[in-house]
Design a protein around this ligand. Sequence first.
Ligand code: SF4
Ligand code: SF4
Length: 181
Amino acid sequence: MSIETISLSGRKKEVSNKKMSFWESLYLVAIVKGLLITIRHLFKRKVTIKYPDQTRELSPVYRGQHMLMRDEEGRERCTACGLCALSCPAEAITMKAEERKPEEKHLYREEKYASIYEINMLRCIFCGLCEEACPKQAIYLTKSRVMVKPSSDREDFIYGKEKLVMPLDMAIKNTQMKTAN
Ligand code: SF4
Ligand code: SF4
């Protein structure tokens, strides 16, 4: 008794065990059919690009490399409140909070700052929830691609402050541009 199966795609074909004819056993028709499919694809619009020589234009809502922002005086904005880590669905963010010393006022905006701030790029799904959760506008997902080097060491994909904090000269340039406008 055969069991009737339902084809979800509607493209189900019964396999036939009938003996092939002489012409069928030469596979000529099948080869010509295959070649025609290949030739047809030669004239279709290419869906691939020659990366890295060519790159695609990024979507306006593209979310790339994170950046820990500085304020207009070049001080780190992050106050190590942990809200970004709490809102991260991938549990990719870890940090260590420390109290700012009086002589560090020019480095950190608040009394508390992140002495360690790390994002595990193997976990991150670039959802942007950390950016939305931050009450200090301290973390942003920029349009830059995350430039990871191939590595078999997981530690290489954990980005610390040296890779995440906005370069000081960029902060100074931003302030100069704001003042000029
Ligand atoms: S972008 Fe999303 S997944 Fe990545 S660190 Fe931020 S909250 Fe976590
Ligand atoms: S980046 Fe923002 S949300 Fe995350 S710890 Fe710093 S201040 Fe808090």
